[in-house]
Design a protein around this ligand. Structure first.
Ligand SMILES: [Zn+2]
Length: 219
């Protein structure tokens, strides 16, 4: 059990009027009621403004994370791959919703998503629709450390997926063998890094959502 539980799926709601996202950790009454929106104060008994965000199933992967949270190095590699997929799935849902808000067209959103595959292209799409790069938006929201960690995690995942021997998990550390054959430590304590990335990512996406809605979306 850890503090990341309250920052997992099922603990956020988005307002259908102002489109901002709020966490139940910050606004506990949202757990019981969907009125009013903590941002724009919209309320409606018949048609509550707050809806589930991200709009995915309430599926929790706690059991998978817990069963792989061991000292076994292969388990730690699987956790890296799993966490990356988990985040990308949620990033996709987040980006799809933003694309719809910015383009105001379901057809356009579908077309944009049809033609892009892979997380790098989807990160580029963020800038195309909002005008700010995902990296800059995350940094603006105080998530610079998270952005760097996520990038490193993706590089390691790609390394494992392609059978590269340059990425090494050993003694609880994530290390990378550079072109100069020097071994660099990327994460000193991989298990706690996985937990912190896991606890942070929805909160970072929430802040980025609210930031671009406030600063980049013209009504
Ligand atoms: Zn609102």
């Amino acid at each position: 059990m850890g503090m990341w539980h309250k920052y997992q799926i099922g603990n956020y709601k988005q307002c259908r009027k102002c489109h901002k996202v709020f966490s139940i950790a910050d606004h506990p009454y949202l757990d019981m009621r969907s009125n009013p929106c903590p941002g724009c104060k919209a309320e409606d008994e018949d048609n509550p403004p707050m809806i589930k965000w991200p709009s995915l199933g309430q599926c929790s992967f706690d059991k998978i994370y817990e069963s792989l949270a061991t000292d076994n190095e292969e388990h730690q590699k699987i956790l890296i791959v799993f966490l990356c997929s988990n985040m990308e799935f949620i990033y996709d849902s987040f980006l799809r919703r933003l694309t719809f808000l910015f383009t105001k067209s379901a057809d356009c959103t579908e077309l944009l998503f049809k033609n892009i595959e892979g997380i790098r292209r989807r990160i580029r799409l963020f800038k195309e629709i909002t005008g700010i790069s995902l990296e800059d938006a995350i940094r603006e929201c105080g998530g610079g450390g998270f952005y760097n960690d996520w990038s490193n995690l993706r590089k390691a995942r790609n390394g494992f997926a392609h059978g590269s021997e340059d990425w090494i998990v050993s003694g609880g550390k994530l290390m990378h063998l550079g072109h100069d054959k020097k071994l660099a430590t990327i994460f000193e304590d991989l298990p706690s890094k996985i937990n912190s990335i896991r606890s942070e990512f929805l909160n970072v996406f929430m802040k980025v959502n609210n930031f671009v809605i406030e600063n980049c979306l013209t009504q």
